[in-house]
Design a protein around this ligand. Sequence first.
Ligand code: SAH
Ligand code: SF4
Ligand code: F3S
Length: 461
Amino acid sequence: MNRVHIKTYGCQMNERDSEAVAAMLRARGYSIVEDEGEADVVLLNTCSVREQAEQKAIGKAGHLGRRKKRNPNFLVGVMGCMAQNKGADLLDRLPDLDLLVGTQKFHTVPDHLDNLIASLQGQGPRPSTLVDLEAEAGSQNTIRDHVPGERQVSAFVSIMQGCNMKCSYCIVPKTRGPERGRPIDDIVAEVEELAAAGTREVTLLGQIVNQYGVREFPFVDGKSPFVQLLERINAVEGIERIRFTSPHPSGFKQDLIDCYGRLEKLCEYIHFPLQSGSDRILKAMRRPYSVEKFSRILEAMRERCPDLWVSTDVIVGYPGETQEDFQLTCDAFERIGFDMAYVFKYSVRPDTAAEPLGDPVPQEIKEERNQILLDKLQAHSLRRNQSLVGQTLEVLVEGPARRGENRFTGRTRGFRKVVFTGSERLVGQLVPVRIKEATVTTLEGELVLSGVDLDKVPASV
Ligand code: SAH
Ligand code: SF4
Ligand code: F3S
């Protein structure tokens, strides 16, 4: 009864929450299995950001419920944003669930599973669904553990929880609650432990990372708590690269812009969500910046860091988005030149400010706008990737590629994926790779180690 499979939907914060739950369960004697078919317990860590994300998880939970009918000892739990958003109403749709755990209660999962299993084994009454959705002070400090002994070359670190912005379309403030930052020392200690275990790259996570700690911790020498945190992590021995996601254009001040080119471990890459290229729509979305201001921040970063790679999020088909508004988004794409973008079709979310506006833009128009942006993006990404052919870049080797003998993958500082022939010994190292070919998504490279036997490469190249 101790094999648990966790399936994760949604964003990197959810992935990180699932990892932390896995670490806590292992510490309690559970084993985490990759194969859902082998599991005694399946936990779904869910997302509510678009309706489709919820539908997927509900479909999956329904399917798992049928497996419970064949095996009454099989346990199914739903955790995370959808549990928080729908609450106990979810049990009308999914009456067979054993466990429903909200976004501030991930750390209670081991206790709940222990109790459920004890009652299945006849040591207590079989409980009805365990529901744990309350807010909990300090819950941001519970997403800390990583599985011991499992080396992550690149690791996520959640530095905060929640969001205080009120973007009109977004359900996250409801599912994740208000902004709460973890203490700097605690985050730095986590990064030091990761570095000691072999991690070389950290990605700092928060719904709005540049707001980290602004209400809890003081500014020092005009530097925000987030910039102080970046400086501290930049000094951690063993960590070679720092990334973060997602920042918000409001509150993206000079102290953060100045980090580019100053903190040598901060990578030349930023995920910078634009959402729309039309000021009118940005205003309706309650995103308090103009396209002009967004572009100025990026230009200032590019001045310090000419090699900057930029990705973004955009929503198409927000209520009232006209052809002219969409054209402005296309123009912004052309002008700014995003190297990667996540384009989302607007989805009405319950209890958001935009909910009463309905969903007036027809699905076919959303599809069409989505496709137009993806085509622009592909053309730009291909051009930019091809500009790397012939260059030798620093690649952090992450592990074996999905296909091919002795094939490995890694990333450049600009977050481009590189595939090349190498050796297991290089995993976790920074190696020079010459780029030979480029597609929209991947670079094909060759290690620059002429005449060296890869199996004899020393621990540091
Ligand atoms: N905190 C991050 C985003 C979190 S949600 C930020 O502000 O950048 C990830 C992305 O999902 C958002 O950037 C937005 O582009 C998209 N999104 C959020 N709500 C949506 C909705 N109702 N419909 C479609 N896309 C949405
Ligand atoms: Fe949602 Fe806006 Fe907060 Fe991002 S900043 S999580 S889009 S409310
Ligand atoms: Fe989804 Fe929750 Fe992340 S709604 S996008 S999993 S914060």
